[in-house]
Ligand binder design. Structure first.
Ligand SMILES: Cc1cc2nc3c(=O)[nH]c(=O)nc-3n(C[C@H](O)[C@H](O)[C@H](O)COP(=O)(O)OP(=O)(O)OC[C@H]3O[C@@H](n4cnc5c(N)ncnc54)[C@H](O)[C@@H]3O)c2cc1C
Length: 424
């Protein structure tokens, strides 16, 4: 039986796979994309119902196409984000085969390229681009046992308030997902506890410009690595209700009960680190430093933007911060569910090639791995802070496509191009 052959096989058709398609196509590299579900599936079935993009439509998109039917400052609903990538793939006529899972990739022995086992047969590929996403496997820390008698789900399984049982809810993790979900549950009339760890919380807008704009002009999306000691600092932003600055004190004022980092569970009770005030103070410091940098930018460049003194007003500390809860009996607090907004890991178990370090992380430089022919795309901090986001992955895809294209030129080296050494 003949085996299908392709130069470059892209695994996954989220935004990374679509961006890769565009650049491989433009470079003239023959390629195929395999997607086990549908294009941009995670934007459809991997997120809660009311989610909108965290960045405005002018920013959270590829350069080649605007969001149809959305003004530039709109925060586009998640289904529309998925539709956008479907439309983009159609526009560039990307050869994307949906419903085909890549099960195993192995390097050929004694010759270049890879043997790819899929749910629809075997494919031979010269190059593989793993664009299976920065957020694949939900992580729930082993704190509360499964038989503790309450519902426990990861934020990726949360859909809407109606899904939860009667009673109070504890949301663990106050990055963009945790804080948005906690806010939605509070608005739905639930009693909500929110466990807050270290975070950054940029202003949604300052002096009339969205924070996406500020991070762009201040060069922060281009940061190559997280600052020292900030590797585990999450970013709390929201595009909900037209975009709002995340303000934990305001949420506490509305009745949300803030807690420090969740630590241990024993006999129906949870303990929390005494770090709530410190985490809020760090978040404030990050917030204020961005305002300061923005002000300095305005002065330095003589930009005409309105002053915004209100942005510097910080609400007084609520009681849950000055007198923090360090232990909580879940039954006494009426907590019947926990939502773990505690992040994700990656899963490259299908990639049986020696390109991972001892912790299972891809060994690569800007997506070009240590094994010739294996590439990664969409990794957090692949080349910069923006790498795992919509606009960032587009630029990383261009770099990876350039690399593939250059390597193809080396491989096309032929007799007529041989150095002539005997002519003279
Ligand atoms: C809640 C949430 C909100 C976010 N909001 C924003 C936002 O507003 N703006 C922004 O820029 N970013 C946002 N992000 C970050 C990022 O844009 C998304 O995570 C995005 O989905 C990443 O795209 P991707 O293509 O890299 O990966 P994914 O979207 O995860 O796509 C990977 C694809 O690979 C497929 N796949 C996986 N394994 C295989 C296999 N073995 N064979 C075949 N197919 C496979 C999957 O089915 C999937 O479709 C958000 C992330 C989260 C979690």
């Amino acid at each position: 039986m003949s085996v299908e052959k392709v130069d470059t096989l892209v695994v996954g058709a989220g935004q990374a796979g679509v961006a890769m398609s565009e650049h491989l196509g433009k470079s003239g590299v023959p390629y195929l994309v395999l997607e086990r579900d549908r294009i941009a599936e995670r934007w459809r079935s991997g997120r809660w119902d009311s989610l909108v993009a965290n960045g405005p439509a002018w920013h959270d998109r590829f350069p080649g196409m605007e969001f149809p039917g959305a003004g530039p400052d709109a925060f586009v609903a998640k289904e529309k984000v998925a539709d956008y990538f479907v439309a983009y793939a159609e526009k560039i006529a990307a050869p994307i085969r949906c419903g085909v899972e890549v099960r195993e990739v192995r390097r050929n022995v004694g010759r270049p390229g890879f043997r790819v086992e899929t749910s629809d047969g075997v494919i031979e590929a010269r190059n593989i681009v793993a664009s299976t996403g920065p957020f694949q496997n939900p992580v729930i820390p082993a704190v509360v046992p499964e038989d503790a008698g309450l519902m426990q789900i990861h934020s990726s399984s949360y859909r809407n308030p109606g899904q939860l049982p009667e009673g109070a809810v504890l949301v663990v993790g106050a990055g963009s997902s945790g804080v948005q979900i906690a806010d939605e549950l509070l608005r739905a009339g639930k009693r909500v506890y929110l466990s807050v760890g270290p975070h950054d919380r940029p202003p949604r807008a300052y002096r009339g410009r969205d924070f996406c704009w500020w991070l762009g002009v201040l060069g922060k999306w281009d940061a190559a690595t997280p600052g020292p000691g900030t590797e585990h600092v999450t970013i709390a932003v929201s595009g909900a209700r037209g975009g709002e600055t995340i303000d934990f004190r305001r949420l506490a004022g509305q009745g949300m009960i803030l807690l420090g980092r969740t630590e241990d569970y024993k006999e129906g009770g949870l303990t929390f680190a005494p770090d709530l005030a410190e985490n809020l103070a760090r978040g404030d410091a990050n917030y204020m430093s961005l305002l300061d940098e923005a002000d300095a930018y305005v002065v330095r460049n003589g930009v005409d933007l309105p002053e915004d003194p209100e942005a510097r007003r910080i609400e007084p500390e609520p009681k849950c911060v000055t007198d923090p809860i360090l232990e909580l009996n879940l039954a006494d607090a009426g907590i019947t569910s926990i939502i773990w907004a505690t992040g994700f890991t990656v899963d490259y178990s299908w990639l049986k090639v020696d390109v991972f370090d001892e912790k299972g992380r891809p060994k690569h430089q800007r997506g070009v791995s240590s094994e010739p022919g294996i590439y990664f795309l969409g990794l957090p901090w692949q080349s910069r802070r923006g790498s795992s986001f919509i606009w960032g992955v587009w630029h990383d895809a261009k770099f990876v496509a350039d690399h593939i294209s250059t390597q193809r030129k080396y491989l096309e080296y032929h007799e007529s191009a041989k150095r002539v050494t005997e002519e003279a």
